[in-house]
Design a protein around this ligand. Structure first.
Ligand SMILES: *Cc1c(COP(=O)(O)O)cnc(C)c1O
Length: 369
């Protein structure tokens, strides 16, 4: 996480939650009282002075309740403390500060109002120490990921044979999934252009102006021009006609959204597929479609099973979906699924064999936190 620097000038004094039974000899019920009791007992003088005179700044003056006694802990907000801190005190300092965060179950402002069944918590805690990208050491975790990829590919109607394995990868969310899908399109397009002896230095991608910010991130990080279809009054998703007009020989893909972040609306992927197929036929290009189903991928197959938006449409080559968009799943899970092996250029797959066997990977990170 990128840490935003905050002002160093404020002195923050945070008392602990007071457990009266543990604070021997005091009936104090506020943080301030406990702080006073503690500092007086340890002979450091009046708390107010030390807070008010600025000398403490930018040192955090904290109280931490250890199992049997109160201890005063001083630590600099931005520097490693010179002295060690008892582990209970370190825990308490961090835990107290985290109380100032919002409460995820009350967070109605974003897509991730999270609560999970206690059994999920148990499984997560039991696996939290596994670096699960190590497929040799954790083959069952790998197998579970592969099962998810296959289940989702079938749900999205990938044209797989009876015993054919699906192609896809678990990610930390749709943003990573979209970076990977975008890279695959870019590389496929470059390979094709090179084979035709044509320049391949000006790739672009066509989306609606309503795209989620991760598409802009993809475009900037991986040097692809983002061509956005303007929205119009009363029409707040990508118009397939206008999108297809914007497509040229440098277009690596058109990205449609199933579940626009702003209003939840599904874009008309079927119409886009048909219009683009006509244009491809006329021009000889093979411009493909990606569906960003971050929010709609686990809604459409169940509520609108007849709606054709997925691999039933021939130009849809990859789809991303987030596992964590509707609460009941903690943030940190998404997938990208490709229609077939041919849609994921082999040179993007890294074959790692640190531990003896082949571990094919296509992710943007290695260790997973
Ligand atoms: C939320 C969202 C994303 C990004 O998904 P994360 O899983 O949060 O990375 C991408 N596209 C759309 C349409 C979204 O709603």
């Amino acid at each position: 996480m990128l840490a935003a620097s905050t002002s160093t000038s404020s002195v923050l004094v945070v008392g602990t939650i007071v457990s009266r039974t543990l604070v021997a000899g005091t009936t104090a019920s506020t943080a301030k009282h406990v702080l006073a009791a503690c500092t007086t007992a340890s002979g450091h003088g009046a708390v107010e002075d030390r807070i008010g005179d600025g000398r403490v700044d930018p040192v955090h003056l904290r109280l931490a309740l250890r199992p049997n006694f109160l201890t005063e802990v001083r630590c600099h907000r931005f520097r490693i403390p010179e002295q060690s801190i008892p582990k209970e005190a370190a825990y308490q300092i961090i835990n107290d500060e985290l109380m100032l965060d919002g409460n995820p179950r009350l967070n109605l402002a974003s897509f991730v109002t999270t609560w999970m069944e206690p059994e999920c918590d148990k499984l997560i805690v039991a696996s939290i120490n596994k670096n699960y990208v190590d497929m040799d050491e954790y083959p069952v975790t790998t197998e579970l990921q592969n099962r998810c990829v296959n289940m989702i590919a079938h749900l999205f109607n990938a044209p797989l044979g009876e015993s054919e394995a699906a192609v896809g990868v678990g990610t930390v969310g749709s943003s990573e999934a979209i970076m990977l899908a975008g890279l695959a399109f870019k590389r496929k397009w470059q390979n094709k252009r090179k084979a035709e002896g044509k320049p391949c230095d000006k790739p672009n991608i066509v989306t609606g102006a309503n795209v989620q910010v991760c598409w802009e991130k993809f475009a900037r990080y991986f040097e692809v021009e983002l061509k956005e279809v303007k929205l119009s009054d009363g029409y707040y998703v990508m118009d397939p006609h206008k999108a297809v007009e914007l497509v040229d020989e440098n277009t690596i893909c058109v990205a449609a959204i199933l579940g626009s972040t702003l209003n939840g609306e599904f874009e008309d992927v079927k119409l886009l597929n048909n219009l683009l197929a006509e244009k491809n036929k006329k021009t000889g290009w093979e411009t493909p479609i990606h569906v960003d189903a971050a929010s709609g991928g686990f809604i459409a197959p169940f509520l609108y099973p007849k709606l054709e938006w997925d691999f039933r449409l021939p130009l849809v080559k990859s789809i991303n979906v987030s596992g964590h968009k509707y609460g009941l799943v903690y943030a940190g899970i998404g997938w990208v699924i490709w229609r077939s092996k041919e849609d994921l250029p082999e040179e993007l797959i890294f074959h790692i064999n640190y531990l003896g066997t082949d571990q094919p990977t296509f992710t943007l990170n290695f260790s997973k936190g």
